[in-house]
Design a protein around this ligand. Structure first.
Ligand code: PGA
Length: 305
């Protein structure tokens, strides 16, 4: 190839500064190296590109013509670098995140803020239960998952994000609400509980917790989402055990209350989980950093205290 990109850059700099010395300074080169590159360019092309006028190296009329093409080449090169950056996902890019149904209450707000800060990115968000999240991780589908405690092994790596307390909720007119002492586990377990479907992380955490205290709920009604559980509890169908991060609007408006029960809340934690050895794209790395730094603030404002 007769002309290299760096020769074109040197040509452009000499044309701009009208001096080998200044061009050399700008390009961190020596003055003789700059003048040699210009000489080679003139020899290859068979054209006189510069002429000395006193102390200045000025473009010849032919040099001026050539300069127009040189700036287009350099502009196209810069554009190409920008496009490559975008393709790498620093700007733009595609983020694929899956979250536990229960985490969606704060993750949606996090995503909204993140996409405001990173215009032009595409986001795929899947909201599903723990069982499906683990299947997705197995199949390498999402960049990362936000969920409760991940299982040990399974080729996963995880980082603890923040606390996720599970509390017992009741309608404000439930008879247990008026009892003026901390409730025992046995007081609440005599009631009907509205529980999540099998495969839900919340449900298995509750089952493990009760098992640890040699207890169980006898009377249960199964529902597939936190929203339906909250409505059912509000309507007086029974009690529920849900993440504190899902109920702030109902607590604020007085539609639900948290019962003070011994051995509660169940102390769980949110985690960012991905396949071991997963190489995150730049935008996914940035999102993970953002979530680690900002999630507690978002939850705090969602939970209010
Ligand atoms: P889930 O989420 O109950 O909506 O499955 C909690 C978890 O992942 O543990």
């Amino acid at each position: 190839m007769p002309y290299s990109l760096s020769q074109i850059r040197i040509f452009e700099a000499v044309a701009q500064y009208e001096s080998y010395t200044r061009a050399a300074e700008k390009l961190f080169m020596t003055q003789p190296a700059v003048s040699m590159q210009i000489k080679q360019l003139e020899e290859y092309s068979g054209l006189a590109l510069f002429e000395r006028q006193g102390k200045k190296m000025c473009l010849t009329p032919i040099g001026k013509e050539v300069q127009q093409y040189a700036s287009r080449v350099l502009q196209a090169h810069n554009d190409m670098l920008g496009a490559m950056k975008e393709l790498k996902g620093v700007k733009g890019g595609h983020l694929i995140v899956s979250v536990a149904t229960t985490a969606n209450y704060f993750v949606t707000q996090l995503l909204a803020e993140f996409s405001r800060q990173h215009e032009g990115i595409n986001i795929t968000l899947d909201v599903t239960n723990r069982h499906t999240l683990l299947d997705q991780l197995e199949n390498h589908e999402p960049d990362m998952v936000i969920m409760g405690e991940p299982p040990k092994g399974h080729g996963l790596q995880s980082e603890r994000l923040m606390a996720n307390p599970l509390v017992v909720i009741a309608a404000p007119n439930h008879p247990l609400v008026s009892i003026d002492r901390p409730l025992l586990l046995s007081d609440v377990l005599a009631e009907r509980f509205i529980v999540r479907e099998k495969g839900s992380g919340t449900r298995s955490a509750i089952e493990r917790h009760l098992h640890k205290h040699s207890a169980s709920c006898k009377n249960t009604l199964e529902m597939r989402s936190n929203e339906t559980i909250k409505h059912a509890v509000e309507a007086g169908l029974g009690l529920g055990i849900v993440s504190m991060h899902t109920i702030q609007p109902e607590l604020d408006s007085g539609r639900l209350v948290v019962l003070n029960v011994g051995n509660f809340p169940i102390q769980r934690h949110w985690h960012i989980v991905m396949r071991k050895g997963k190489r995150l794209s730049p935008i996914a790395r940035e999102f993970k950093r953002f979530v680690m730094a900002e999630a507690p603030r978002f939850v705090k404002s969602a939970v209010g205290k």
